[in-house]
Design a binder for this molecule. Structure first.
Ligand code: FES
Ligand code: FE2
Length: 382
């Protein structure tokens, strides 16, 4: 953490709505980086599928014959028809059938039938497998990479952030509740909002009661120039109020604590791992919450929240679930509404760009990262 010492300009306003700039960011970032698109348990059985949209690309995420996750472009190899119209479902008999001329693929992506096609010697089924997409998994989360060859392995891409949640058994956990919404803002607006707490006093009064340092518009105690550690080992991170048990509206929960966390992790009550720009995951002492975003247009994103518990906990505590949903649902609703409000002001002909205040240092880092990526795209067209 290091506060900004001088005035920094934000990105140009047009980058938040211009379709040509959006197309460039898709090419340089969203179609090259690892992007989280769901959870293993979203497709429990072989042949289950869901469809996901990233920018202009639509993908089918399914589970093959041997149980492995397979991801394909939602496009037929004949003349490019869309294959799946539903958001989710199950491929009956393990077959993906094109609605146009009935070309039929196995769930492992092989073309296996082309009914009523007049035969020719030069047609080889193996030449027309579905277009597949690189996929990998971390902590039960499914990631894809639309690059021809990913620049990094998933684990390198996730980097040190993944260690922030090293004590949470993410891969063993299951999503017990999922919510999805469309938010009318550019993806960077939502991501920037997540990266600062300057807005917290105004936008999140309920959250500020649970995490007192947020009331000061700061993300951690160390940002306060007067901060001194209260005790040995106080690293100055934001934490839930000392009399609360977990990150809920009243700080209470009757769910069991997750095994394997340190005392410090339980006391802090929240540990963040952020994977620019498709997801952040927050570990609490009794549950985990992930927030994912995907761009669907220059001024539109799809946001998905999952709440994760250890298997069997939901069934053993059915009445406790709604309570752990409340605060996350409220905070994301508040962030979504203010992101839409931010988006609506950006087209003023006078507002070429804005300005960052000291505690918006993470936005500056994000802007530097973005500018580097865009610059890199001009120098090598790989
Ligand atoms: S476009 Fe799919 S079978 Fe013709
Ligand atoms: Fe917020």
């Amino acid at each position: 953490m290091s506060l900004l010492k001088d005035t920094k300009a934000t990105l140009p306003s047009s980058w938040y709505y211009d379709p040509a700039h959006f197309a460039l960011e898709l090419d340089v970032i969203w179609y090259r980086d690892w992007v989280c698109i769901g959870r293993q348990e979203d497709i429990p059985r072989s042949g289950d599928y869901f469809v996901v949209t990233i920018g202009t690309q639509q993908l089918i995420v399914t589970r093959g014959e041997e149980g492995q996750v397979r991801v394909y472009h939602n496009t037929c190899r004949h003349r490019g028809s869309r294959l799946c119209a539903s958001d989710r479902g199950h491929f009956r008999n393990g077959r993906i059938v094109c609605p146009y001329h009935t070309w039929t693929y196995s769930i492992d992506g092989n073309l296996i039938a082309t009914p009523a096609r007049v035969e020719t010697d030069d047609f080889h089924f193996q030449d027309y497998s579905l277009y597949d997409v690189h996929t990998d998994s971390w902590g039960g989360f499914l990631f894809i990479n639309l690059g021809k060859e990913p620049r990094d392995s998933l684990i390198d891409f996730l980097g040190r952030e993944a260690h922030e949640l090293g004590n949470w058994p993410l891969a063993d956990m299951v999503s017990v509740h999922q919510e999805r919404k469309t938010v009318a803002c550019n993806w960077k607006v939502f991501w920037e909002n997540y990266n600062e707490c300057y807005h917290c006093p105004r936008v999140h009064p309920e959250l500020c009661k649970v995490v007192p340092v947020f009331k000061k518009g700061l993300q951690s105690y160390t940002e306060d120039p007067d901060w001194r550690p209260e005790s040995d080992g106080d690293d100055g991170r934001a934490r839930i109020a000392s009399d609360l048990r977990t990150w809920t509206t009243d700080g209470r929960s009757s769910l069991p604590q997750i095994d394997g966390l340190t005392d410090a992790e339980r006391k802090t009550g929240m540990a963040f791992a952020s994977f620019t720009a498709s997801m952040y995951v927050v570990g609490h002492s009794d549950y985990v919450r992930s927030v994912r975003l995907l761009p669907t247009g220059p001024e539109s994103i799809e946001v998905t929240i999952d709440w994760l518990l250890m298997p069997g906990v939901k069934e053993a505590h059915p009445d406790a679930i709604s309570h752990i949903l409340e605060l996350g649902r409220l905070v994301v609703a508040q962030d979504s509404a203010i992101s839409e409000t931010n988006q609506q002001g950006l087209k003023s002909m006078r507002h070429d760009h804005g300005v960052l205040v000291p505690q918006e240092y993470d936005l500056w880092k994000f802007h530097e990262w973005l500018r580097d990526r865009l610059l890199g795209s001009n120098s090598h067209n790989d």
